[in-house]
Ligand binder design. Structure first.
Ligand code: PLP
Length: 400
């Protein structure tokens, strides 16, 4: 592929094959009569033969199967699969991406701690941090994050967590993960990343020294826009801190039924990501040459200001990106309305292509106005059909 210049394609291919194998292969499950996939443990509690074994289990409820708010074998299986993909020791799955993010932050932060967070992080994540700041005296500093010095300059003696999201999901800005991890390790700061955009297929932050990687599993892991979930992965020591306070006590856990849907999604995750990458790039390249477009925010493009960093820390590119236009928002919304194959909606990661239009206060046109930004999510449809759709909508808007 022309876009992936300078990378060792053989190495990439080997990694891809490993991922395909990891998500597809399991040992024969003798405990479940050889069932090819783990059954759904649709039970809230586990019973014991006698009080002695019950008392033993109650000494450490998170080490035994006692209650499904702590452990459930279907969820546990999914967690072990994700930990393997992330090259991490342990994972914990939650009811949603926000439950994973909020539960993790809540478990690790105390009043008086300081957090450095990228200013383009997912809105509700920032809202949660702002709540922590107002109600529990947690200090928060927001940084642009495209330069390592943004983090260096913000570090304080009480900095507990550096929270990044790379790439971000509006303007697709990256942060230097290895640099941040190195900086944080010097003073024992915990690093967390929202890696929902890339999935472990295209980015494994733990191998770059980041401590915790989180995902909204609602997106690519599920892949079918039919369930919500979240996950955090890291060392056993950090996960054990999170699982008591952030998981079991807050109770935002993943159910066995949702886990089974996620396991089904996981089987095809690498395959789907390959397709998303290819289609997304075809459409990003088309848009880059389009007269209505000023700039395409897609890290795979050479025109992306952090393309070199993207090549270094990403193994591939997903299909959520945005483009900026000089046309007024109202006109861009007409363009979106005229699209036949793109649905107008929040979220991403499913089979269906999506579009939303907004303005961005972060950028300025030469006349001082803010450009309009269309965020596109490219689903499973034929990319050339989607291009024809965009051309047709453009002709309608132009004529108007
Ligand atoms: N992180 C990012 C980048 C997101 O876009 C979202 C949701 O849109 C979340 C986290 C939260 O995930 P969920 O909706 O599963 O709670």
């Amino acid at each position: 592929m022309e876009w992936i210049e300078g990378n060792d394609m053989m190495e990439r291919k080997e990694m891809d094959n490993q991922l395909h194998t990891k998500v597809s292969h399991d040992q024969v499950d003798k405990q479940h009569y050889g069932a090819v996939t783990i059954p759904i443990y649709q039970n809230s509690l586990f019973t014991f033969e006698n009080h002695e074994t019950f008392d033993q289990a109650m000494q450490d409820v998170l080490a035994a199967n006692v209650y499904s708010r702590g452990n459930n074998p279907t969820v546990k299986y999914l967690e072990s699969k994700i930990a393997e993909l992330e090259c991490g020791e342990q994972s914990r799955c939650f009811a949603s991406g926000m439950a994973a993010i909020a539960g993790t932050l809540h478990a690790l932060l105390s009043s008086g701690d300081h957090v450095i967070c990228v200013d383009q992080a997912y809105g509700p994540t920032r809202e949660f941090l702002n709540e922590m700041s107002e109600r529990y005296q947690v200090e928060v500093t927001y940084v642009d994050g495209s330069l390592l010095s943004d983090f260096e300059d913000a570090v304080q003696p009480n900095t507990k967590i550096i929270y990044v999201e790379s790439p971000t999901s509006g303007l697709f800005q990256l942060q230097d993960l290895e640099g941040i991890a190195e900086l944080a390790k010097k003073t024992g700061i915990i690093t967390m990343i929202d890696g929902s955009w890339a999935t472990p297929c295209f980015q494994r932050p733990l191998t770059m020294g980041i401590d915790l990687v989180l995902h909204s599993m609602t997106k690519f892991f599920s892949g079918h826009s039919d369930c919500l979930g979240g996950v955090v992965t890291g060392s056993a020591a950090l996960i054990s801190k999170i699982e008591n306070k952030g998981y079991m006590l807050l109770g935002g856990i993943m159910t066995a039924h949702t886990a089974s849907l996620m396991i089904r999604g996981l089987r095809t995750l690498p395959l789907r990501m390959e397709r998303h990458q290819k289609s997304g790039m075809i459409i990003a390249e088309y848009l880059e040459k389009h007269p209505m477009v000023n700039r395409v925010n897609h890290p795979a493009l050479r025109s992306h200001p952090q393309h070199e960093l993207a090549q270094k820390q990403l193994d591939g590119y997903s299909s959520l990106f945005s483009f900026e236009s000089k046309l007024p928002v109202a006109v861009m919304k007409q363009w979106a309305d005229a699209l036949h194959y793109f649905r107008i909606a929040v979220s991403w990661g499913g089979y269906e292509s999506l579009v939303t239009v907004n303005t961005t206060p972060e950028r300025r046109n030469p006349d001082g106005t803010n450009p309009s930004v269309a965020r596109l999510y490219i689903g499973m449809e034929d990319p050339y059909t989607l291009i024809d759709d965009m051309e047709r909508a453009w002709k309608l808007v132009k004529a108007y």
